[in-house]
Every structure is written in C-alpha cells, then in structure tokens.
Design a protein. Structure first.
Length: 288
C-alpha cells in the first residue's frame, strides 16, 4: 500500500473523546451480570418499602409528608446513610478498582484518549447511575407507599411536599457514587474504600463529632462533618412536628439548615472527586 492511498489519521476532539469514553464505561457496566442483579434487588426492595410506612401512622390514621419522604429515602436517619448506598457502593467502586488493580487501565487510557478523559467519563457515568437508581427507587417507593396507604384506608400525604426531599435524595446518591470512585482512586484499594465508606458514616464520624465536642472552641465543628451535612441535606428537621423534632435532630447530628447542608455536602464531594482525579492521573496501574 502506497502512502498516496493511506488515509490521514482523524483528530478526535476532546468532546468527542469524552462521549466515546462515557459510552465505553456505560457498555462495560451494562455488560456485567452483577449490575442487573443489584438493580433487580433495588427494584424489589423499593416496592416493598411502602409497607413500612404503615408503622408511622398516627392515631388519626395519617402519616406526615416528612415521614413518607424518609421512607422513600430508606430511613437515612436510623442508618446514618440511606440503605440504597450499600447497593450503589458495589457498582460505584468497581470501574476504578478494575482499572487500577487488574492492570486494565493502560488499555482504557489508550482507548479513550487519556487518563483525565477516562476519569471524567467514570464520574459522569457514575453520577448518572447513582442519581438514576435513586430516582427510580424514589418513584417505585412513592407508588408503593401510595398503594399501601390506599389499601389500608389511610389518608394520602401531601405528595407535593415530598418532591423536594426526593430531589435531594437523588442528588445525594449521585454524590455518593462520585465519592465511591474517588476514594478508590485515592486509596488504590476497593476493600479499604468500602470499609471507610461504611464505617466512617455509621461509627467513625459520630465518635469524631463527640470527641470534638470536648475541645474548647470546636464544639460546633461536628455540624460541618461530611456525613452530618449529608444527613442534614436528606432530612429537613424543621418539617417534623414539635415533639418529634428533638429526636430527629439528634439522629441527623447537624444543626445546619437544609440548603446550607446540601451546599457543603456537594463541596465535600467536589473536593474528594478532584483529589481522586489527581491520584488517578498520577498513579500507574499494576501490571496485569
């Protein structure tokens, strides 16, 4: 073949390279059987959450919009993080750990035109996956609650008041997916990242907040810890009645207003995601 018949290589723009990288990540996720198993489990549990709303019925056989929103978000107050996080954790930590630990990252970087593009695509697909799963779960949970209340003869809550908490829940889960992949990039270990994401919100942050309360001048720092702001983002304590508010406030662990807490939690997510980008672009993959 002569040089005259050879075609000149086509330059791929950054936007086109990013779209291709996102398509690559999406196809990889959808090709895994574990992805569909997890989504199936989430769908089943979302449909079953409506039954739990009956536990919150008062003497008038009614339930508040705040408690319905809490049920749809899978009771984040009692668990410190939504139960849906444990399922997204499996999906969110996989893409980066597969690349860096298995040695497949070099192939990925060559295929999608660079490390930054690969990481950006993982973030974009991860955020869409986390928020999309949460949106579907919230919709199925709301339908389940509505049907359950109708069958039980209970009054329906003001569903318009559930929209804002549900939207915050969707955004929270998108941020959670970003935290999952960023921490794997930082720690270079899926196991350590999973343990940190499970134990820190459930136990570690509560202990840290309590210890900070004994330090002069730092008694209010606990309100600004990452998952304290995340719980305050998910649950608007002011929406609870007077006798239930102190208990809800103690479980949330932050006195920040919901809009402020949402902004702070998103800033935490952005900072950790940026640190993950730095680590992902600097560290090489293990030899396969």
């Amino acid at each position: 073949m002569t040089s005259a018949t050879m075609k000149a290589p086509r330059v791929v723009g950054s936007a086109d390279a990013f779209r291709r990288a996102c398509r690559y990540e999406w196809r990889h996720l959808t090709a895994l059987r574990s992805t569909w198993i997890m989504l199936g489990v989430v769908a089943i549990l979302s449909l079953l959450t409506g039954i739990t709303v009956l536990l919150d019925l008062d003497e008038q056989h009614t339930v508040s919009s705040a408690k319905v929103a809490d049920t749809i978000a899978w009771t984040p107050l009692s668990m410190q993080i939504p139960a849906l996080c444990f399922f997204v954790l499996v999906l969110g930590t996989g893409p980066v750990s597969t690349d860096l630990v298995s040695g497949a990252a070099r192939t990925t970087w060559l295929a999608v035109n660079g490390r930054g593009t690969a990481y950006g695509a993982k973030c974009a697909v991860g955020f869409v996956l986390g928020s999309g799963v949460a949106a579907a779960s919230a919709l199925l949970g709301a339908l389940s609650c509505a049907v359950t209340l109708a069958v039980a003869g209970a009054r329906q809550p003001a569903w318009a008041e559930v929209l804002a908490p549900a939207a915050r829940f969707v955004g929270w889960m998108g941020c959670w997916a970003l935290l999952c992949l960023a921490l794997v990039a930082l720690l270079r270990s899926r196991i350590v990242a999973v343990l940190l994401l499970v134990l820190w919100p459930l136990v570690g942050e509560r202990i840290a907040g309590a210890l900070l309360g004994y330090v002069p001048g730092l008694d209010g720092v606990g309100d600004w810890l990452p998952f304290a702001t995340g719980r305050a983002m998910l649950t608007d304590v002011s929406a609870y009645s007077g006798d239930e508010r102190p208990f809800a406030q103690a479980l949330v662990g932050s006195h920040l207003a919901t809009p402020v807490a949402a902004a702070v939690f998103c800033l935490y997510t952005a900072a950790v995601t940026a640190a993950g980008l730095w680590a992902y672009c600097r560290r090489d993959a293990k030899a396969g």
